[in-house]
Design a protein around this ligand. Structure first.
Ligand SMILES: [Zn+2]
Length: 204
């Protein structure tokens, strides 16, 4: 595995690595990371890694874990994903646009001590195969409505617990200097991550 020395791998407690594109449990229903030989591994740039290390004792104190669903995304994987679903609603148009390809973003959620995911307004990555299919056929209404629930500002009096968990996650991530994005509660960026280069990876 050739990867830049500027990256570090997240692999120990209190972090759980379950990369969604290493299995078929994603909107593509294809294990893209596995198919290209990358597998279930979570790499991030050293600066982001350092920030996450600061979170470890806080998580331990709270008796919680952080489950990582996506981190560094090899450009080869991104290109395959774009080919399967060529819509910018789902995947950034180019690797330059996705901070995952710069190793400067993670998709994550808080879990309890046993690794059970807490409740949120949507699952991590609200994009399902059903919505992907609809949108590819030009039906966007149900999808757009569903995406409201993925927003950081989504409110619903019947979802107190879910919204509290979303806000807890945001507060923790902001406490280590990461930035939320408005439309995906599970996605966090390293500020100025775009200044880092897209990291290339190839199997050999
Ligand atoms: Zn993301």
């Amino acid at each position: 595995m050739m990867l830049s020395e500027d990256l570090a791998e997240i692999k120990s407690d209190p972090f759980i690595v379950e990369m969604m594109y290493a299995t078929k449990e994603n909107m593509l229903q294809t294990a893209v990371y596995d198919n290209i030989g990358f597998g279930n591994r979570a790499f991030v740039c050293r600066e982001l890694f350092g920030k996450l290390q600061k979170l470890a004792p806080v998580l331990q104190k709270r008796r919680q874990k952080l489950k990582i669903f996506d981190a560094y995304r090899p450009p080869a994987a991104h290109q395959i994903m774009r080919k399967i679903i060529p819509l910018s609603e789902f995947f950034a148009a180019t690797c330059e646009c996705s901070l995952h390809c710069h190793a400067a973003a993670i998709d994550c959620c808080l879990c309890d001590e046993k690794g059970q995911e807490l409740e949120y307004p949507t699952k991590v990555d609200a994009y399902t195969p059903e919505y992907a299919k609809q949108v590819c056929q030009g039906e966007t209404n149900a999808f757009q409505q569903h995406l409201q629930k993925a927003r950081q500002d989504y409110v619903n009096p019947d979802m107190d617990e879910e919204i509290k968990n979303r806000n807890d996650l945001r507060q923790l991530m902001e406490s280590i200097g990461l930035e939320p994005i408005a439309h995906e509660w599970w996605h966090y960026n390293l500020p100025q991550g775009k200044d880092l280069p897209v990291v290339d990876w190839s199997k050999d």
